[in-house]
Design a protein around this ligand. Structure first.
Ligand code: NDP
Ligand code: HSE
Length: 346
């Protein structure tokens, strides 16, 4: 029996418990051992839930149990999630997470700590929800020099824009539905103002170029001031409006990072990406354009990505090629992306 612990039993955490139960036999066959969720840390008690007996409120119980091999963090926010992740790695436990705020803030430090302790720090679910993009970038596209990344990286705003466009829904109603469906952040400002997408493009840029830049390096504009007239004007000219994140390595070697509402030519995959779906286009020197498409948020797709990391962490207990480590991106590495508000995405 291999024991793991979950931190956070909300949308994603409860999905992870379900996926592990549903896929129990397959996971056992694949790893040669059963995986058991021994503890679930949350602030609440969940009376009546089938997982009630595993709920704990003291993180020390998890940290001090030598049988717990992997800690899956799905609490959200930077603190105490980052401190809990650091403590687990220090204790020799692998950590997997869906929490892009922690990865974008402390990913470089946590990857280095995992390497020192001979364990893993994995974050497939932190970008693109259920879309496999982190592992493909580290493994399958490794032979490429990446020149450009562009994509729709936030499910909530894409859902809102789609609802406003196709059903004439109001912004508050569409946001409320995204919250009800479990897509939005606890504070949806991060979605609406573009900071969630900015954190995700920072993670992809770090995977591409080995440097983790601060959030301020991304020129970030959200969808709050978009009007129906903007969307209709774009449609009349053959475009759809999408919140697009881009990262580009320029000819001078500098990196330009942006999140902005853009006009995307109708008929392209990005323009046809609707609702909670996300799409990411990665341009590599060898493969050319590669597209990743799927559900960018939601309970089970995101939980699936977390569980794939749990399996990976248990299969490859220490896997640390030097290219997986990130330096600190500084202002001198960054170039302005310019004013991209409602500009056409090529
Ligand atoms: P939820 O708010 O649904 O769940 C978080 C859970 O963690 C809640 O039950 C919360 O309790 C609990 N929690 C918060 N702080 C603590 C703490 N200090 N100690 C113990 N428990 C705590 O969030 P989600 O599941 O939606 O998201 C979790 C993470 O996954 C976030 O980082 C999010 O950005 C990321 N993510 C979410 C996706 C989605 O579709 N929802 C998709 C991809 C990533 P309480 O409710 O009482 O505060
Ligand atoms: N709030 C995020 C989104 C969750 O809507 O994309 C997935 O990271």
């Amino acid at each position: 029996m291999t024991d793991i612990a979950l931190l956070g039993f909300g949308t994603v955490g409860s999905g992870v418990a379900e996926v592990i139960d549903d896929r129990r036999e397959y996971i056992k066959k694949r790893l040669g051992d059963e995986v058991r969720v021994k503890y679930i840390l949350d602030l609440r008690d969940f009376p009546g839930s089938r997982y009630e007996s595993r709920i704990v409120h003291d993180y020390g119980i998890i940290l001090n149990d030598p049988d717990v091999r992997v800690v899956a963090e799905m609490m959200g926010g930077v603190h105490p999630a980052a401190d809990f992740s650091r403590a687990a790695l220090e204790a020799g436990k692998s950590v997997v997470t869906s929490n892009k705020a922690v990865v974008a803030d402390c990913g470089a430090e946590l990857l280095e700590l995992a390497r020192k302790r001979g364990v893993r720090y994995l974050f497939e679910a932190s970008v693109g929800g259920g879309i496999p993009v982190v592992r493909p970038m580290t493994d399958d596209l490794a032979e490429n020099e990446i020149t450009k990344i562009s994509g729709i990286l936030n499910g909530t705003t894409n859902f809102i824009l789609s609802k406003m466009e196709s059903e004439g829904a109001s912004f508050p109603d569409a946001l409320a539905e995204a919250q009800r469906l479990g897509y939005a952040e606890a504070d949806p400002t991060a979605d609406v103002e573009g900071y969630d997408a900015a954190r995700k493009i920072l993670i992809l840029a770090a995977l591409a170029w080995g440097k983790l830049f601060p959030l301020e390096a991304v020129e970030t504009l959200g969808i709050r001031s978009l009007t129906r007239a903007d969307v209709e004007a774009a449609a009349s000219e053959g475009y759809r409006v999408k919140l697009v994140a881009t990262a580009e390595k320029l000819a001078n070697g500098k990196i330009a990072l942006s999140v902005s509402p853009r006009r995307v030519p109708s008929g392209t995959v990005l323009a046809s990406t609707d609702g909670v779906f996300n799409a990411v286009r990665i341009t590599g020197s060898v493969t050319g354009d590669v597209l990743f498409y799927g559900r960018g948020a939601g309970k089970l797709p995101t939980a699936g990505a977390v569980v794939s990391d749990i399996i990976d962490a248990l299969e490859r207990k220490s896997f640390a090629p030097p290219a997986l480590f990130w330096g600190k991106g500084t202002a001198s590495d960054v170039s302005s992306a310019g004013d991209l508000y409602l500009s056409v995405l090529d």
